[in-house]
Design a protein. Structure first.
Length: 225
């Protein structure tokens, strides 16, 4: 696996084998190796922080490690962060949080400086979490899973982040409503969205995951945020 830092100055590589090494390279210096970060094997997820000052990695064994990629030092380790493989790691846009998704179906949110656990949704999915993404400006974390469901977690920024209830985007039921409704495509989608109105503190978020449509799945989801 290969990931570039947001500032474009570095990239890091990790292996799913027994190498136990994450390598960090300098883009400006002829792609020379800056550091070898040792100790974690079977790296399945790897990502830089928005300011490129931190690198977080997740392993097959369920551990998470936080590194300083510039200095080449290990900052924090959580050995049993998940019961199974850490498939996805992502920083929030402001760099304050790290979200992890695992083959155990759980989603966890960590303090990006200390790796202290802030929130855990242990039954987020009935199958492994395959991918996570924070919305660029704000209060939502989206998750995808091998159970074919997508969830949205609302994050409120008060004095600190507070997790709100996860929302299941019901693929099969939403599609059924769309396909069985009469009228124009816009009218069909309005009927389906109305069936999945979920109340939040800030108003109403209409949710639905569809298999197609003019905007595609991600576009439809983000249009509600």
């Amino acid at each position: 696996m290969v990931v570039f830092s947001p500032n474009g100055e570095m990239f890091a590589t990790g292996e799913i084998g027994d190498d136990r090494t994450i390598n960090v390279y300098s883009v400006a210096n002829d792609f020379s190796r800056m550091h070898s970060l040792e100790g974690q094997r079977h790296v399945f997820s790897l990502t830089f922080s928005p300011n490129s000052n931190r690198l977080v990695s997740g392993s097959y064994e369920g551990s998470i490690r936080l590194w300083n990629p510039t200095a080449g030092t290990l900052l924090k380790t959580v050995k049993n962060a998940h019961r199974r493989t850490v498939n996805s790691l992502v920083f929030s846009s402001n760099g304050n949080l790290i979200a992890s998704g695992s083959a155990d179906g759980a989603i966890k949110i960590w303090d990006a400086k200390t790796l202290k656990l802030k929130f855990a949704i242990n039954d987020a999915h009935s199958a492994g979490v395959s991918d996570l993404s924070f919305t660029p400006k704000g209060p939502f974390l989206l998750s995808a899973s091998y159970d074919r469901a997508t969830k949205v977690i609302q994050i409120a920024l008060l004095d600190s982040y507070v997790k709100r209830s996860p929302v299941l985007l019901a693929y099969l039921r939403f599609s059924e409503i769309v396909n069985s409704s009469s009228g124009s495509e816009v009218q069909k989608f309005k009927k389906a969205r109305a069936a999945y109105a979920t109340k939040f503190a800030g108003g109403v978020l209409y949710c639905g995951l569809i298999g197609g449509g003019p905007k595609g799945i991600l576009g439809v989801i983000l249009s509600y945020l």
